[in-house]
Design a binder for this molecule. Structure first.
Ligand code: SAM
Ligand code: SF4
Length: 523
């Protein structure tokens, strides 16, 4: 019988992709995914360390499993990703019931670690195994002896040595290349990594420590992966990297493939792929050649996510970002000169140590000046192991951080609303992601005027003769434009994963609303 596997992912798109890749490997080795954590044989958390809040969620999940592990000692509990790498074996002190620790740079080893942990747990349960427990009676619980069999794979401090780098690169490359595609997988929106790790060392950020040094993947491997996904039904592929525009592959024979080269290569090699995107860009060193590639290649989406992080040059310096707001504004102007219709999104940190009110106001001004489509706004969170936590006192109060966060969101909302209102009347191509969360009673009544049933009822409707309504096929769908704007419109559920032309009829907050162009012409 297949062993049941529950995997929960926290954090960024990189983690989503890592989870997909390790799931493929585990499925190939006889594990079967389940959404039911209570009946899983293996529970894995793919974790994020970027902010404390993300870590707290995992701590609480692990706390919930403490008793279960005592009751079911065969259960395998794994912590993978950035928290595993950052905390290392110290994590066992707080949560001794964890069996497997695996950092993001070692995920190719996860299947073996899980398998070994299952064997170790089973042998610890054999009749002659020790039964001293964690102070919970005589149950054959995970014993101190069995702790020695814990499975750990971390990059540790050796990760920045070049000799280990080459070897690590090869085995990790296999993880991406071995990507398993099964019939029925929803690949309409897929991720492909082009660069691992990060060399920037922004003072607040754990990523260079948890994901290791920047390693660029060979261009042919990337192209092959994009092709494979497109042949299997991908409509949109997003290339991933922490500073993606710094992609530069050295072939070792004097040839170099730059990010601009890579964009042209993928665009030319995979002509059946309707949409190619990439995240996240770094504001420094975004070349004109890369902007020209975006302009020239019609299937590359006109969207840039380029986190500015702050509007004050002093704070940017303390953050070690390596650019000024002047450079940043020049970049957005340059991008818009090449592509007037491009939409640009940013990230900002509020409450960085020593941030004054005036400096915070400068961030507001930057949002207005650069007219971001949207911004992801974060309260500064001091992270152990980073330069900022040692060098600066976290001196902006929680109250000020919260207030600045809300004020910045409000400024961004005004800009987003302005940009959205300029879209009304336009016809845009939308990639349909599925049913909208905004599915409303009103819409249901429009579709079925005599019923009281909300759209989406099919999931919850009582069965039996009392339900005589036609099956719901029309609902409110949500999708994204090439510029990453969110669009809601009524349509058939079966359209999920397709591209469709939609006329924008109104704009509200961060969402556009519209009607299918085909439906309009039939009306
Ligand atoms: N590589 C991307 C870049 O440099 O723009 C960002 C990657 S990071 C995982 C995602 C976002 O998390 C960052 O853009 C930053 O705004 C935020 N972030 C990172 N560390 C943080 C911290 N210690 N406190 C608050 N936000 C943080
Ligand atoms: Fe973190 Fe800076 Fe690297 Fe982005 S560029 S991952 S913020 S260190």
């Amino acid at each position: 019988m297949k062993r049941k596997l529950y995997l929960e992912t926290f954090g960024c798109q990189m983690n989503v992709l890592d989870s997909e890749l390790v799931l493929g490997q585990l499925h190939a080795h006889g594990y079967e995914s389940t959404d039911d954590r209570d009946h899983a044989d293996v529970i894995i958390y793919n974790t994020c360390s970027v902010r404390e809040h993300a870590e707290q969620k995992v701590w609480s999940r692990l706390g919930e499993l403490r008793q279960r592990k005592l009751d079911e000692p065969h259960l395998v509990i794994g912590v993978i990703g950035c928290m595993a790498e950052r905390d290392g074996t110290k994590l066992f002190q707080r949560h001794p019931h964890v069996d497997v620790l695996c950092g993001p740079g070692e995920l190719d080893k996860l299947t073996t670690l899980v398998h070994n942990a299952a064997l170790a747990n089973a042998s610890a349960l054999e009749p002659n195994a020790r039964t001293d427990d964690l102070g919970n009676g005589n149950r054959p619980a995970a014993t101190p002896a069995s702790y020695a069999t814990r499975q750990v794979a971390l990059m540790g401090a050796t990760s920045r040595r070049s000799s280990t780098l080459a070897a690590a690169q090869d085995t990790l490359e296999m993880l991406d290349l071995s990507r398993a595609i099964s019939p029925g997988d929803d690949l309409s929106q897929s991720y492909v990594r082009i660069t691992r790790g990060c060399n920037k060392f922004c003072t607040y950020c754990v990523v260079p420590y948890t994901r290791g040094p920047e390693v660029h993947r060979p261009p042919q491997n990337i192209i092959d992966e994009v092709k494979k996904l497109t042949d299997a039904g991908a409509v949109e592929v997003t290339l991933l990297g922490q500073t993606i525009n710094h992609y530069a592959y050295d072939h070792g024979d004097g040839r170099k493939t730059t990010f601009a080269d890579l964009l042209y290569l993928i665009h030319e090699a995979v002509t059946d792929l309707p949409r190619l995107r990439f995240v996240t860009s770094f504001p420094r060193d975004f070349t004109d050649l890369a902007l020209q590639a975006m302009r020239d290649c019609e299937r590359i989406c006109r969207y840039l996510h380029v986190p500015a992080q702050h509007g004050s040059d002093r704070i940017l310096k303390l953050m070690n970002r390596g650019y000024t707001t002047g450079h940043y504004v020049d970049f957005t102007d340059r991008a818009r000169a090449y592509m007037p219709d491009i939409s640009i999104a940013s990230d900002f940190i509020v409450g960085f140590p020593t941030e004054t009110e005036d400096e915070f106001v400068a961030t507001k001004e930057l949002i207005k000046r650069c007219r971001f489509k949207n911004s992801f706004i974060f309260k500064y969170s001091p992270r152990p192991g980073t330069v900022a936590i040692d060098r600066f006192v976290d001196d902006v109060s929680d109250e000020d951080k919260r207030r600045r966060n809300n004020e910045l969101l409000a400024v961004q909302q005004v800009v987003s609303e302005q940009l959205n209102s300029e879209m009304v009347g336009k016809v845009v191509e939308v990639m349909i992601e599925g049913e909208s969360k905004l599915v409303s009673r009103q819409a249901a009544k429009k579709a079925y005027p005599t019923s009281n049933v909300e759209l989406g009822w099919a999931k919850h409707a009582p069965s039996g003769d009392d339900v005589r309504l036609p099956p719901v096929t029309t609902t409110q769908l949500v999708g994204r434009t090439r510029g990453d704007q969110v669009v809601c419109f009524d349509g058939e559920l079966s359209l999920k994963g397709q591209l469709l032309d939609v006329k924008i009829t109104r704009a509200k907050n961060l969402t556009l609303f519209g009607e299918q162009v085909e439906a309009l012409s039939l009306a």
